[in-house]
Design a binder for this molecule. Structure first.
Ligand code: TEU
Length: 581
C-alpha cells in the first residue's frame, strides 16, 4: 500500500491550554498500592509511588473516588463528598498527596460523581424519609405505573433498565413510590432540575478547588439532564428492560447545566485547571459543543465509540472481533471533528474497560510487549490528551478468572445472576461471555514486583493478583531501557518536546488497510509519519520518496526503525520529515 503524501498547508501551532501537551495517569486507588496491609490500596500507597509516576513523565493524576462510601460500586456511590473513606486514609493523607504532586510539578484531578449519590448519603436518607421532606425533590421519585400492584414486576414508573441489570427503579414501601437509579439501587440519581441540588454540588466542587485540587473527571456527566417525562424506552432483543438512554443521555438542559457549573465553579479561578466529562453515547458533533472553549463547558470528554466496536449492538456480553478499519474510521472521525474547535481525550482503557494489550493488541508471550508499545505509540501520537490507566505502562493484561466467586464487580455479579436466573443461560456460558470485557480485568492489583501479591499488599488482596505478575511487574521494567514502562516514558517525552505531537494537524492514511494504522502529524516545517501494524503478520508499506531521507524517531523493535517498506508483526515506526512549509 502507498502512503499518500500529506499536504503542506499546516497551520501555525496555536497557543493552546496547558493540558494539550499533558498526559494524565489514572489511579484506581483500591488496586494501586496498599500501605497498611488490609488488602485494599490507599492514599499512602499512592504517595509511596509518586516518584515512579514522576519518572514516567505523567503530568496529572486522575484519582478515582476515595470519598466515604458503602463501596457498592467501589466508591462510585458516594456517601459524603467532603471526606476520605477510612479504607483509603484521611483528608490529611489526601493533602499530603496533593502537595506531593504539586512539588513534583504534577496536578491532581478528582473523580466527581454527581449524577447520583449513595443511598446512604444524608441527602437521600432525608429525601426518602417522607414525601413532604424538603429534599424529596433532590431525587427522582415517581408513583407506580397506573393499574399495577406496587412493588411487583411491571409496576415501575417506566421500563428503563439499570446498567447493572434489573430495573432502573426501586420500590420504597414506606412511601409507596419508586426512586430512579441508572446504576445500582444503592446509587439513586440526583434530580438536577432542582436548583438546590446544583447549588450544593457547586459548593462542594469549590470546597475541593479551595483545597488545591486541579480539576475534575465528571462521572456520566451527560446523564444529569433527563427528559422529565421519563417515557418508556425501546425494547431490544435479549433485554428484559427498555433502553432509557434516548431520554437520559444529553438531555435538553445539559449545556445549560455545564455552563452554569463553569460560571459557578471555574470561571473566576486563575490556576490551570482540567475538566473532563465522561459522556457515554456522546457524538463528535455534540463534543464540539461541549469542548468549544468559547462555550465554557468542559475541556474534553471521554467518548465511547471506539470501545463499543468489539461488541454486538453495544452489548459487552456479546463480544465480537474488532475491525481495524472501523477503529480507524471512528478515531479518525473524532480527530477530524475536533480539529478546528474543541479537544480530544485519548484512551485505550480505564477501570471500566478491559486491559488494552489484551483487547487491542496481542497478550501472548511472543507479542505482548511489542503490541503494548505499538498501542502506546499509536494512541499517544494522536491529537488530544492521552490517558494512561494504571498498569497499562507495564503491559498488564486481562485476568483469567475461574468461577463467578472470583469476581468482585457489581456489574458482573448482577449480570451473572440475571442471566442464569431470568435469561436461562448456563453458568459456563455466562462466564465465557463475561471473560473478554468485564471490568475486573482492569481492577486486579498493580504488579509492582515478583514477590507475594506482586508487592501490592502484605495482606490478603481484595481481588486476586494476576499470576503473570511473576514476570510482568514494575521492578523488572524500571531500569530496563527496552521495557514497556520506558517506552511509555519515550512517547510521553515526545508530547512534551515535539509541537507536532501536541499541536500538529492529524491526517489519517491508508484508511482501508485492514492491518496497518498510519497517519501523519504536521506543523509548519515538520511532519511525523506514524505506522503501526495491528497484526502478527508482516505488512508491506511503500513510504514514497519524500520519506527516503526521513529520520527515524521511534520504534518498538530493537535498534532504530529502519526506513524499509516492511512492518514486522506488531511493529511501530515513527519518522520525522523536515519540510520548508
Ligand atoms: O461509568 C459509566 C459508564 O461508562 C457506564 O456506562 C459503563 O459502561 C459502566 O461501567 C458499565 O459497563 C462510570 C464509572 O466509570 C463506573 O465505574 C461506574 O460504575 C458508573 O459510572 C456509575 O458511577
Amino acid at each position: 500500500m502507498t502512503v499518500e503524501q500529506p499536504t503542506a498547508e499546516s497551520t501555525e501551532a496555536p497557543a493552546r491550554d496547558w493540558f494539550q501537551s499533558a498526559v494524565v495517569y489514572q489511579v484506581y486507588p483500591r488496586s494501586f498500592a496498599d500501605s497498611d496491609g488490609d488488602g485494599i490500596g490507599d492514599l499512602r500507597g499512592i504517595i509511596s509511588k509518586l516518584d515512579y509516576l514522576h519518572r514516567l513523565g505523567v503530568d496529572v493524576l486522575w484519582l478515582s473516588p476515595i470519598y466515604t462510601s458503602p463501596q457498592d460500586d467501589n466508591g462510585y456511590d458516594i456517601g459524603d463528598y467532603r471526606s476520605v473513606d477510612p479504607i483509603f486514609g484521611t483528608l490529611a493523607d489526601l493533602q499530603e498527596l496533593t502537595d506531593g504532586l504539586h512539588t513534583r510539578g504534577m496536578k491532581l484531578v478528582m473523580d466527581l460523581v454527581v449524577s447520583h449519590t449513595s443511598d446512604e448519603h444524608p441527602w437521600f436518607v432525608e429525601s426518602r424519609s417522607s414525601k413532604d421532606n424538603p429534599k424529596r425533590d433532590w431525587y427522582w421519585w415517581r408513583k407506580p405505573r397506573a393499574g399495577t400492584v406496587p412493588g411487583t414486576p411491571g409496576a415501575e414508573p417506566n421500563n428503563w433498565g439499570s446498567a447493572f441489570s434489573g430495573p432502573a427503579w426501586d420500590y420504597d414501601p414506606a412511601s409507596g413510590e419508586y426512586y430512579l437509579h441508572l446504576f445500582s439501587k444503592k446509587q439513586p440519581d440526583l434530580n438536577w432540575e432542582n436548583p438546590d441540588v446544583r447549588a450544593a454540588v457547586y459548593e462542594m466542587m469549590n470546597w475541593w478547588l479551595d483545597r488545591g485540587v486541579d480539576g475534575f473527571r465528571m462521572d456520566v456527566i451527560n446523564f444529569i439532564s433527563k427528559d422529565t417525562a421519563l417515557p418508556d424506552g425501546p425494547m431490544a432483543d435479549g433485554r428484559l428492560y427498555g433502553d432509557g438512554t434516548p431520554y437520559y443521555i444529553g438531555g435538553p438542559r445539559i449545556h445549560e447545566f455545564l455552563q452554569e457549573m463553569h460560571r459557578e465553579v471555574f470561571a473566576d479561578r486563575t490556576g490551570p485547571l482540567l475538566t473532563v466529562g465522561e459522556m457515554p453515547g456522546v457524538t463528535v458533533e455534540e463534543a464540539v459543543l461541549f469542548t468549544d472553549p468559547a462555550r465554557a463547558e468542559v475541556d474534553m470528554v471521554f467518548q465511547f465509540e471506539h470501545v463499543a466496536l468489539d461488541q454486538e449492538n453495544g452489548n459487552k456480553w456479546r463480544p465480537k472481533k474488532l475491525k481495524l478499519t472501523e477503529l480507524k474510521e471512528t478515531l479518525g472521525r473524532w480527530q477530524d471533528g475536533l480539529a478546528a474547535t474543541g479537544w480530544n481525550s485519548l484512551y485505550w482503557g480505564n477501570h471500566d474497560q478491559a486491559r488494552a494489550v489484551s483487547r487491542f493488541g496481542d497478550d501472548s508471550p511472543q507479542y505482548r510487549e511489542l503490541s503494548a508499545k505499538m498501542l502506546a505509540g499509536i494512541l499517544h501520537l494522536h491529537r488530544g490528551t492521552p490517558y494512561v490507566y494504571q498498569g497499562e505502562e507495564l503491559g498488564m493484561t486481562n485476568m483469567s478468572f475461574g468461577a463467578i466467586s472470583d469476581y468482585r464487580d457489581i456489574e458482573v455479579l448482577n449480570h451473572h445472576r440475571e442471566a442464569t436466573t431470568h435469561l436461562g443461560h448456563t453458568d459456563a456460558d455466562v462466564l465465557a461471555a463475561l471473560a473478554p470485557l468485564n471490568r475486573d480485568n482492569a481492577r486486579t492489583p498493580v504488579q509492582w514486583d515478583a514477590t507475594r501479591h506482586a508487592g501490592f499488599t502484605t495482606g490478603a488482596p481484595w481481588i486476586a493478583v494476576n499470576p503473570n505478575a511473576n514476570h510482568i511487574n514494575a521492578a523488572a521494567q524500571i531500569d530496563d531501557p527496552g521495557s514497556v514502562y520506558n517506552f511509555y516514558r519515550q512517547v510521553i517525552e515526545l508530547r512534551h518536546t515535539d509541537a507536532a505531537v501536541s499541536h500538529g494537524d492529524f491526517t489519517m492514511l491508508m484508511p482501508e488497510d485492514e492491518h496497518v494504522y498510519a497517519f501523519t502529524r504536521s506543523i509548519p516545517g515538520s511532519t511525523l509519519l506514524v505506522l503501526g501494524n495491528f497484526s502478527g503478520i508482516g505488512q508491506h508499506v511503500t513510504l514514497g520518496e519524500a520519506w527516503d531521507t526521513a529520520e527515524p524517531v521511534l520504534g518498538n523493535y530493537p535498534g532504530n526503525a529502519s526506513a524499509s517498506d516492511q512492518l514486522r508483526p506488531w511493529e511501530l515506526k515513527v519518522f520525522r520529515r523536515h519540510s520548508d512549509g
